[in-house]
Write a protein that binds this ligand. Structure first.
Ligand SMILES: C[S@@+](CC[C@H](N)C(=O)[O-])C[C@H]1O[C@@H](n2cnc3c(N)ncnc32)[C@H](O)[C@@H]1O
Length: 255
């Protein structure tokens, strides 16, 4: 079937249709869009994966991979899918930590933050932790994919467990920060497929920032919720808040 006919008939959004077509044909989605009348696609193969998207599964889980900071990563339910907001955190972190030797990333999830830092800073080593065993496994798989596994130590552990912090130069993290009572307002696909513990910042959304405070390591570069600037300034003494491209507070830098 010609791609142009499939694109016209697809019940998915144009963007999801093109992403799936790119996946099954290995042809760049922009090329497919521009030359759709000349490109033949396998209708059956498209249908087989499109059905999962129609059933509500996030397209990232359907593809089993996603892009973050221009790089491809494995993704796997229920480990949190990389969010574009987190790219800003990484952008700041790369510049801030380039002269350090050892960093700590609690709440590592799929490993995206540590792995990008390790790819950009060749002398850096990272220690990363997560309570979720699937997340720890996925981080290791992604570290191998990007050839940085020799500089990344992954420990499957609760943030509340003791950690020898004597050699750690900085912390970078995207902790769960959504207050528990707001979780029910999230998209159904998030609630159905992603680990809710990855987002649950407990009663006031600040539980994990408070645990990080007790570690007493600086600098800390933290992703925050768009409504958490005031709370961060109350919780920590010396904080810079960076706004994202939509002009929302997004990163807290504790010095
Ligand atoms: C917001 S996700 C961040 C994942 C990844 N760093 C990213 O930016 O995509 C938070 C992570 O914290 C982990 N987590 C939740 N509670 C935890 C706890 N008590 N101790 C350690 N990790 C925890 C979750 O498993 C999840 O992977």
């Amino acid at each position: 079937m010609k791609a142009s006919i499939l694109i016209k008939q697809s019940p998915l959004s144009l963007s999801d249709t093109l992403i799936l077509l790119e996946h099954i044909t290995n042809i760049d989605k922009n090329t497919i869009y521009l030359h759709q009348k000349d490109i033949d696609v396998d209708f059956e193969a498209f249908n087989k994966i499109a059905i999962n998207v129609l059933r509500g599964m996030p397209i990232q889980y359907v593809l089993k991979k996603w892009w973050f900071f221009g790089e491809e990563f494995f993704v796997k339910p229920p480990v949190l899918i990389p969010r574009p907001e987190t790219e800003l955190l990484v952008e700041y972190a790369i510049n801030m930590v380039k002269d350090f030797k050892i960093g700590f990333e609690p709440f590592v999830g799929s490993g995206i933050i540590s792995i990008i830092l390790l790819k950009h800073i060749k002398h850096l080593k990272m220690i990363a932790t997560d309570i979720n065993k699937e997340a720890c496994k996925l981080t290791l798989e992604n570290a191998k994919l990007h050839n940085v596994e020799n500089r990344l130590l992954v420990l499957c552990s609760d943030i509340g467990n003791a950690l020898d912090s004597s050699n750690i130069d900085f912390i970078v993290a995207n902790p769960p920060y959504i207050p528990t009572d707001k979780l029910k307002t999230l998209d159904k696909s998030v609630l159905d497929y992603e680990d809710i513990k990855a987002l649950d910042g407990k009663e006031d959304g600040l539980f994990f920032y408070k645990s990080l405070k007790t570690l007493n390591i600086k600098p800390m570069i933290l992703e925050i919720g768009h409504d958490q600037e005031k709370s961060m300034r109350e919780l920590f003494d010396n904080v810079d808040v960076i706004y994202d491209y939509q002009n929302h507070p997004r990163i807290a830098i504790l010095k």
